[in-house]
Design a protein around this ligand. Structure first.
Ligand code: ZN
Length: 677
């Protein structure tokens, strides 16, 4: 592993933070913490922690000895000084004299000794940092070290590789007991540069940030060299069918089967050579079911991944039946795991949901799963990490980790669960929404409105750049798509399934207004309008419905029709006629797919600035009617200008209206001629 320390960068950090009143110790602590956190083979997503012993003024201005240690909820890769809260050092060190300390008392002692009461909770490994004498201490869950440790006799392998450069700490759950044990191991040989925590990770320490970081890199490099020299076996793959089903075909099936209590997961697909070695391996049922490579992954990935059946092309019904069976078995296995281990707890725990967070799909790759796209991506990142470690361990020996009761203790440890930060979910959390024509106007406002309600939004637009801008705003997925081209629609929906696992709500919004007197208008114009204002709605809805039926969770289709569909305007036939057909298309979907739990509704909007009306059109139309622009735009019963946001809100309202189908909501400020009867 490359040592990325640069004197120049270190000076730049020191200078930059000095301006903010941050001392050199803490500035350099931030620098190397970011260096470690930027390497996924060392730590990922909140894993690992670092500290520095320094001084800071207390509330009286007295320089006080403190431990600045990583706070819970911060990522090492992008940590800043507030992510390393200062805790009074001496009281922490004195706690080493205690025989026992409960987790609650430990957390309390750490909090009451914070210099800043608004700081995040110091790491659960704070006492370990405090009990060791070194100024700088680094802790990671380095893949290479885990690959050595996570095998039968892994302790001996580690001793062979690192000799007496480091101390060796048996597996103990983080907290007071581990901190005491680490101190004891260190005291037996104070010359060591670091500690190996079996089946957990590695600590390195030093007098300077550079020394502690350099030792971490050197120790990890020693482990990497050993692995390279000792890979003995290559993995044997199962025989796969000639043609595999696609990711887009199987993702909605997996998503449907893992929906628990009406709550679907969001999926994130990954594949690579290493992942394929792992998921195609003949021994997948053994090595994939041992547990996570380091215990704290369990809160995001669960103890074991689900193994899907081999997805063969053209045999999706058999695949679905296999998945349902596998999920049922997974659930039963999780209940049994909970029951077995909860029985041994002093304080009984409440069972978490029994659904997997990882699915292995032989022949294709793996899926991370979670209540939102971010959680799914974190699970998938951790899975990739686990794949690397397990592949290496299997190449040397066999993969083996701590017993399940230790994993259970960590999964159900309140201090670990606190890292997930449970808030109430937003109304459309876990839902995947596709909005067409979402690069601007009503579509963009709709994408934003759905994202604000917690949905994962795929922003489809003919203009890829416009889609990217809105997607960046909403944290969504930008997809370039020409809705009048069925191949483009199919590709777009495939991409949405690969990115999120399926589709729950579609806002078929893309449209454009063509004009012409119906007796004179060119057939080409009318046909062109039908392509976009009718056929595109059909291609989008048909593809969405096929995905929704594969999921089996119902669904929601929303169409942007227009006042023209109900109340034709003069010379607007080319626009209104296909829109009228789309209004009936909406009803037909409601009739034919109601039994699938799929609702179908429309919004009937009129006179929206930044909808189909651009400023030039508004000016010319108001002039033609002898009205001011404001009077023209507010020419409705409410005398109120209707905005794209109003239309977006109507789409959201319909998405939430669980018992409403075949309805049209009017968003036009009141136009009695366009009222539906
Ligand atoms: Zn750790």
């Amino acid at each position: 592993m490359k040592n990325l320390w640069s004197d120049k960068d270190a000076r730049a950090f020191t200078r930059r933070y000095a301006k903010q009143g941050v001392n050199t110790d803490l500035a350099l602590r931030v620098y190397t913490t970011q260096l470690l956190g930027g390497e996924p083979k060392l730590v990922l997503h909140g894993g690992g922690n670092t500290s520095v012993k320094t001084t800071a003024p207390d509330f009286l201005g007295t320089e006080t000895n403190v431990l600045c240690v990583k706070g819970s909820g911060w990522d090492m890769g992008n940590i800043e000084p507030p992510g390393l809260p200062a805790v009074r050092l001496e009281p922490l060190q004195e706690m080493a004299r205690l025989r026992r300390l409960s987790d609650e008392d430990m957390v309390n002692a750490q909090r009451v000794n914070l210099l800043d009461a608004s700081s995040p909770n110091p790491s659960v490994e704070t006492l370990l940092h405090a009990f060791l004498p070194h100024k700088f201490i680094d802790h990671t869950h380095a893949n290479a070290v885990l690959a050595l440790s996570d095998q039968p006799g892994g302790d001996a392998v580690c001793r062979q590789v690192f000799g007496d450069r480091v101390g060796y700490v048996p597996y103990i759950m983080p907290g007071f007991d581990l901190s005491k044990k680490a101190k004891q191991v260190f005291d037996e040989n104070p010359k060591v540069e670091g500690l190996i925590l079996f089946k957990h990770g590695i600590f390195s320490f030093g007098d300077t940030a550079k020394q502690a970081y350099g030792r971490m890199i050197r120790l990890v490099t020693m482990a990497e060299k050993y692995i390279r020299a000792n890979r003995r076996k290559s993995s044997v793959s199962v025989k796969l069918p000639k043609a595999m089903a696609t990711v887009a075909e199987i993702a909605p099936i997996l998503r449907g089967a893992t929906t628990h209590g009406g709550k679907p997961m969001v999926l994130d697909f990954r594949t690579s050579k290493a992942i394929r070695t792992f998921v195609d391996g003949r021994n997948i049922r053994r090595y994939s079911q041992q547990g996570t490579v380091t215990p704290d992954h369990v809160i995001r990935t669960k103890h074991k991944p689900l193994i899907a059946p081999v997805p063969e092309a053209g045999k999706l019904e058999a695949f679905k039946a296999g998945v349902v069976k596998a999920v049922t078995a997974y659930e039963a296995g999780y209940h049994a795991y909970f029951k077995r281990n909860n029985a041994k707890q002093k304080i009984r725990k409440t069972e978490l949901d029994p659904m997997p967070r990882l699915v292995l799909a032989p022949g294709l790759g793996l899926f991370g799963m979670g209540p939102n796209a971010k959680a799914a991506a974190i699970a998938a990142d951790l899975a990739e990490n686990n794949v690397d470690v397990i592949n290496d361990a299997e190449a040397m020996s066999t993969y083996a980790v701590i017993p399940e009761r230790d994993i259970f203790d960590l999964e159900y440890w309140s201090l670990e669960q606190a890292k997930l930060g449970k808030g109430a979910e937003k109304p459309l959390a876990r839902k995947v929404v596709v909005v067409t024509g979402a690069g601007s106007g009503i579509g963009a406002a709709t994408a934003r409105a759905f994202a604000a309600q917690g949905a994962e939004v795929a922003v489809l637009d003919r203009d890829g750049k416009a889609a990217a801008t809105v997607a960046a705003d909403t944290g969504g997925l930008a997809v370039r798509c020409d809705v009048t081209d069925t191949a483009s629609v199919d590709t777009a929906f495939d991409w949405v399934c690969e990115s999120y696992g399926g589709v729950d709500i579609v806002v078929s919004n893309a449209g454009a207004a063509w004009q012409g007197r119906i007796g004179d208008v060119d057939d080409d114009i009318l046909r062109q309008s039908f392509e976009l204002n009718f056929w595109a709605h059909q291609s989008v809805a048909r593809r969405a419905v096929s995905i929704m039926r594969a999921q089996g969770n119902g669904g929601c289709l929303l169409f942007n029709t227009s006042k023209q569909a109900v109340n034709p305007g003069q010379d607007f036939g080319p626009y209104g006629v296909p829109k009228a057909a789309t209004l009936f298309l909406m009803r037909q979907y409601a009739v034919d797919h109601g039994a699938d739990g799929i609702r179908s509704n429309a919004v009937n909007a009129d006179r929206i600035r930044s909808g189909l009306l651009d400023d030039g059109m508004i000016a010319s139309r108001s002039r033609a009617r002898g009205l001011s622009e404001a009077d023209y735009m507010g020419g409705n019963l409410l005398k109120r200008e209707v905005t794209a946001k109003d239309v977006a809100q109507a789409f959201v309202d319909l998405a939430l209206a669980q018992s409403t189908t075949a309805a049209v909501i009017t968003v036009d400020g009141g136009n009695i001629a366009a009222a539906l009867r």
